[in-house]
Write a protein that binds this ligand. Structure first.
Ligand code: ADP
Ligand code: MG
Length: 693
């Protein structure tokens, strides 16, 4: 349970003065729903308001804090003209400019004849010194309050800098006294402040440097976050090691039959990965292994052979996929091979109901079913195996850790193989999967046609559409992916609907539409029509990203490709080039395209190696943004930036190892403090792995 001392930080933002039900959703969107989320909402820079010249000396373009007497109001004569207020000091006039200014409010803020302190960006305009929409207008008594270095927070519509600054300040006031969780010697060597001081420094930076990523305070906070991440992973891993496993080493009979039935032989990478998995399974400890392989690298057959190893010992195995259609696809691939080996495989998804479902469950419980494939439906309480020994999870990032554990709980000492097609750079691998052993399929099955990738401006849309028309007319099947529109699923959808309408007008009935708002069954139905060839063109939002296999699809069009993460583009492109026909990928981009965006699309054009793409993307954009954010399932750090704090990650990893060597149950004073750190960063699940007490 979360320690009581953290309760104030995990209270809803509405517990802060001035944050009511109207602002709460805005804060939630901006930073999060809890007080602690505001602490993590760091300023991106500062405005230095300490420059306080006389009016005549105020420089053009500089932020200044000016003190002057209100001289006269000039309400606007037409809606197009701004409201102006003139002030003066002994050196000259200052004009304040307000578009759509409200007279009653302005007269209250700036009463004629009184002295006011104004802060904002100075402009020299038509020989006048002016400030448009000043950031601050206060009486002289409050001058010291605004003549500071002001943090500049990322904002969202409806929240001003002033409101956010105030709320963060209120959040800072809620910080309880917490024990120091960092090693004292390390802290003093780094010259880092304590946690509370660090937060105060970054939220009230004394200068630009203090607000920057490299300041000691910022690095300390980044290290806290990375340590929580690495320690949690190390604890989960240690727990896995403590858990007894079982030796799974079959006689190879079923595997030999299936390998003989395959129309191909394994690639070197597949053989190597399989050997690594088999070696883990043969150990009396639990396996927790990640099989990482690009789209189309052939993970399914590796997983099947591992499952057969379990079945050879008389046990059962299960494989779970994130969507109905993927589960069906696995079933379609595996069923004939299972038949060749003389074993029984069943499929269980959310669509199975009533008697049919009862029969599947009965066979499973009786041990008549050797392999069970399915979706989340596998978690359901009444799904019971006779003896589950190996669980495989495909597209791991779509599932949470607890789901992994739930599935494992359906057997005794279950070995776990998780798979992902997301190519992950090595540093990120540590943060996301530090608790796992990793096998990489870094070699594609032979005979794959490279995908001809072109980068084309959206201005040439008509040409592209005409080309698509010709291609689909001669039998090609086309994916057309519509852009992610920032912050709005609705406009996202609207873009796809518009394109669908547009293409339907040109090409008629054979254009389909699939998007994330559709019910799964409806979505699958459209996908199936496309797979069956009833549709030539499938307009989609990114819902097609995950592993759907339509080998006949040879053209992938991606609109506004510059808005996607590279890994996402890579995944999307992986939908084509699966058959033996030549495939194309058209990356359409909008203007203007920045240098980095250009470089990113160029990477896509020049390589199909997912690992290279992932490393380059990390280098160009930084960890936070890479992989198209949430889609990736990688942890998103609030305070650490892996492109800058990479060496801190390595230190956090070493530190967490040392911690667990010396104090595996976190019982020492530092251990107790580290528990608080884990809760602070919401690694509650890791704390639960500690032996009770
Ligand atoms: P993914 O890693 O994306 O899940 P799949 O397991 O779906 O990839 O495999 C993609 C395709 O490659 C399948 O059609 C599969 O039959 C084929 N395949 C897998 N391994 C080999 C191999 N060693 N040689 C030739 N084709 C292979
Ligand atoms: Mg797959």
């Amino acid at each position: 349970m979360r320690p009581q001392c953290l309760f104030p930080l995990f209270a809803p933002v509405t517990s802060l003065p001035g944050v009511g039900p109207r602002l709460a959703p805005l804060y939630e969107k901006l930073a999060g729903a809890k007080v602690v989320d505001l602490l993590w909402h760091l300023p991106g820079g500062v405005i230095d308001r300490r420059h306080a010249p006389k009016v005549a000396e105020a420089l053009d373009g500089k932020v200044a804090t000016l003190t002057a007497r209100v001289d006269a109001h000039f309400p606007s004569s037409s809606p197009k003209r701004p409201y102006r207020v003139r002030l003066a000091d002994e050196t000259g006039f200052l004009h304040l400019v307000f578009f759509h200014g409200r007279e009653d409010w302005l007269r209250k803020q700036l009463p004629e004849g009184e002295i006011r302190v104004i802060s904002g960006q100075v402009e020299h305009f038509n020989n006048e010194i002016q400030i448009t929409h000043p950031d601050h207008i206060v009486p002289e008594a409050q001058k010291a309050e605004i003549m500071t270095v002001e943090p500049v927070y990322p904002l969202t519509t409806g929240l001003t800098g002033r409101l956010v600054t105030k709320s963060v300040k209120a959040a800072l006031a809620k910080i309880p006294d917490l024990p120091e969780w960092q090693d004292a010697a390390w802290l003093s060597r780094q010259n880092w402040p304590n946690w509370r001081q660090a937060l105060e420094i970054v939220h009230h930076p004394a200068d630009e440097f203090a607000a920057g990523q490299d300041s000691p305070a910022r690095r300390r906070l980044a290290f806290d976050e990375l340590l929580a991440n690495q320690l949690a992973l190390a604890m989960v891993r240690a727990q896995m090691r403590r858990l007894k496993g079982r030796v799974l080493a079959g006689d190879g009979g079923l595997r030999a039959k299936v390998r003989a039935a395959l129309p191909f032989s394994l690639t070197g990478a597949q053989a190597r990965s399989l050997a690594e998995i088999e070696a883990d399974m043969a150990e009396p400890t639990r396996m927790l292994r990640l099989l990482q392989g690009d789209v189309g690298s052939g993970k399914t057959v590796v997983a099947l052979l591992a499952m057969l190893n379990a079945v050879e010992t008389g046990a059962q195995a299960a494989m779970m996929a994130p969507t109905e259609i993927l589960a069906r696809q696995h079933f379609a691939t595996i069923a004939p091979l299972a038949e060749a080996a003389g074993i029984t495989v069943a499929l269980l998804t959310g669509r199975d109901k009533g008697k049919a479902r009862d029969r599947i469950l009965a066979a499973l419980a009786a041990g008549e079913t050797d392999l069970l494939l399915g979706t989340h439906a596998l978690f359901q309480e009444d799904v019971a195996f006779k003896d589950l020994a190996l669980a495989v999870i495909d597209e791991q990032h779509r599932f949470g850790v607890h789901q992994r554990l739930e599935l494992a709980a359906k057997g005794v000492a279950v070995d776990m193989l998780v798979m992902t097609a997301t190519p992950i750079p090595r540093t990120l691998l540590l943060t996301a999967y530090g608790d796992m052993d990793v096998s990489r399929l870094d070699e594609k099955p032979p005979g794959r046609q490279p995908v001809d990738t072109r980068v084309i401006p959206l201005a040439r849309l008509d040409e592209v559409v005409a080309g698509i028309g010709r291609a689909s007319g001669s039998g090609a099947r086309v994916y057309w992916v519509c852009p992610l529109v920032e912050e709005s699923e609705t406009s996202d959808l609207a873009a796809a609907e518009d394109r669908h309408r547009h293409l339907s007008e040109l090409f008629g009935e054979r254009v389909g539409l699939v998007h994330g708002r559709m019910k799964p069954a409806a979505k699958d139905a459209v996908m199936e029509r496309f797979a069956a060839g009833d549709l030539d063109i499938l307009v989609a939002t990114t819902v097609i990203e995950v592993g759907v296999d339509v080998p006949e699809a040879t053209i992938m069009v991606i609109e506004h490709a510059e808005r996607f993460g590279l890994a996402q583009l890579h995944q999307l492109r992986g939908r084509v080039g699966r058959g033996d026909r030549e495939s194309r990928c058209l990356l359409l981009y909008g203007h203007p395209l920045g240098e980095i965006a250009k470089a990113r699309l160029e990477i896509m054009r020049s390589t199909e190696d997912g690992f290279v793409i992932a490393e380059e993307d990390l280098r160009l954009r930084g960890g936070g943004e890479m992989l198209g954010t949430r889609q990736s399932g990688l942890p998103e750090f609030r305070l650490a930036d892996l492109t800058l704090h990479g060496e801190l990650l390595a230190a956090a990893r070493d530190d967490s190892r040392l911690i667990l060597e010396r104090d595996p149950d976190l019982r020492s004073p530092r251990g107790e403090a580290l528990r608080v750190l884990l809760y602070l960063f919401e690694r509650d699940a890791a704390v639960r792995t500690l032996r009770s007490g």
